[in-house]
Write a protein that binds this ligand. Structure first.
Ligand code: FAD
Length: 454
């Protein structure tokens, strides 16, 4: 049976067939098309880099005053020795394109795996001292293994229920379900009651043993977009150019920005999250089905609250911790970075993220101190600095990453991925590796290929 990746490759071939059919257009296209790339996140920069290698004329338009989009490294200590990620954190061992690009640019990937502790119902369980029940572990292993033999019909049926329902239907007991909810909601950024069973199953059945929480880029993940931008040429990346309108005419496309600047080209590669897409004036208009799909797709809410502590009281460099508090999940965000001080990030999702995001740092400190007290005593005097970033209110994405709900993967994704005449779409929300940097890069490169093969 095809994996989610192979399934998408089949759809991509079908789309490629559609390109080949348009010979009248192709004949009229110049050898080196002029391309306007929207968005300087990883999808846009990967597309731009692929086109640069083919000597295409291009410009990248970015609304923010920085590149990288949802990759956002931050120096948290005054000595600038400690870097934390306020956006994407882990590179997975299966993320071939990101790993290959890091190698190409000489960026070191280091181990960023963790051994998980637990605070549950006011009891602290160090790593190795808690587990799911034996019977659930056996059932779950069988379910994951069985997925390999699912037919397309079974996959579509699974997509029609949420992950919570699927686990319930398979007899999960209350404590096991609580723990799955705590762990799995960190992957989807919302409760598992909102996640397509199919999307969740592919995440767990087709990922590395640590579920792609494997590696990180030395010096910060932002070094990858920086390296791509250097190859593309900074002068071709226009920051603070928020796209407002896209007009396609027989001979030319015109993209107009809110600041009044306008750019013409033969193709557009659009890597914007769907919220941003919905704010653009499209001429001709997007199809009704695309507009409906844009309106239907939700993005998850993640709040990252980084706390610089005066010492690494958690001792183990590979420390992470699930809790059943609003602070939710903690991990050592400065693993393998030398310093006496260290950072734990409280990573909360869904409504919990919303609660923390609405409050001030004094409130967040109280929540975090209370959440950790059972395992580590009163930590209030150990706080050195706090930094908070809430992706649910990020003006350019209004969420951390897309979350495919019940019956959405097989229905929405193909519609969202479909080109709109000479506009190709890319971005994590369209990817097999959806919600990952890898997905952004792969879809960006695919879109560049789409332009070159038009
Ligand atoms: C909190 C968090 C945790 C994450 N954890 C991980 C992880 O551990 N591992 C992992 O691999 N991935 C993770 N991700 C996901 C990863 O960050 C994304 O999948 C990836 O960075 C998305 O890249 P993109 O190019 O598709 O979108 P973006 O990075 O959002 O790029 C789109 C760009 O378009 C710009 N834009 C928006 N509107 C306009 C406009 N009108 N005109 C011009 N430009 C515009 C945006 O500013 C943005 O720069 C995480 C993300 C978040 C937020």
């Amino acid at each position: 049976m095809p994996t989610r990746r192979e399934f998408l490759q089949k759809s991509a071939l079908a789309t490629a067939g559609a390109f080949l059919a348009r010979t009248a257009h192709s004949a009229a296209m110049p050898d080196r098309p002029r391309v306007i790339v929207l968005g300087a996140g990883l999808a846009g920069l990967a597309a731009a880099y692929a086109l640069t290698k083919e000597q295409c004329e291009l410009v990248v338009l970015e609304a923010r005053n920085r590149i990288g989009g949802r990759v956002l490294s931050h120096d948290i200590d005054s000595g600038k020795k400690l870097t934390v990620e306020l956006g994407a954190e882990w590179v997975g061992n299966s993320h071939e394109r990101v790993i290959a690009l890091c190698k190409e640019f000489g960026l070191e990937l280091f181990n960023n795996q963790f051994e998980t502790h637990l605070i549950y119902k006011n009891e602290y369980f160090p790593q190795g001292r808690w587990n799911f029940s034996e019977s659930w572990n056996t059932t779950y292993a069988k379910l994951l293994a069985g997925f390999e033999h699912f037919s397309d019909v079974q996959k579509r049926t699974l997509d029609k229920m949420d992950w919570w329902r699927y686990l319930m239907n398979n007899g999960i007991a209350e404590r096991d379900l609580d723990l799955r909810e705590l762990a799995d909601s960190t992957d989807f950024g919302e409760s598992i009651r909102h996640v397509s069973g199919y999307a969740a199953m592919t995440e767990y059945a087709e990922s590395s043993p640590k579920n792609e929480m494997d590696l990180k880029i030395r010096g910060g993940n932002s070094r990858l977009p920086e390296a791509l931008a250097a190859k593309v040429g900074r002068d071709r990346i226009k920051l603070q150019h928020k796209v407002a309108a896209i007009k396609q005419e027989a001979k030319e496309m015109t993209v107009t920005c809110e600041n009044g600047a306008s750019f013409t080209g033969d193709f557009v590669i659009c890597t914007l999250p769907t919220f941003a897409l919905s704010k653009i004036e499209w001429l001709p208009a997007l199809s009704g089905e695309k507009v409906e799909a844009i309106n239907a797709l939700q993005y998850c809410r993640i709040n990252k609250h980084a706390v610089l502590f005066n010492e690494r009281f958690w001792k183990d460099e590979a420390f992470d911790l699930l809790t059943d508090s609003n602070a939710h999940y903690f991990y050592h965000a400065t693993k393998s970075q030398k310093s006496g001080q260290g950072v734990l990030i409280s990573y909360s999702v869904g409504d919990k993220a919303d609660v923390l995001a609405r409050q001030n740092n004094a409130y967040r400190k109280r929540i975090i101190v209370d959440a950790l007290r059972r395992g580590f005593g009163d930590l209030s005097r150990r706080f050195v600095r706090q930094v908070n970033y809430y992706w649910g209110n990020d003006p350019h994405s209004m969420g951390a990453y897309a979350i495919y709900g019940k019956n959405q993967w097989f229905t929405l994704q193909p519609i969202l991925a479909k080109p709109h005449e000479r506009v190709f779409f890319a971005g994590e929300h369209l990817a097999d590796w959806q919600g990952f940097m890898e997905g952004a890069v792969v879809t960006g490169e695919d879109a560049a290929r789409g332009v070159l093969e038009f």
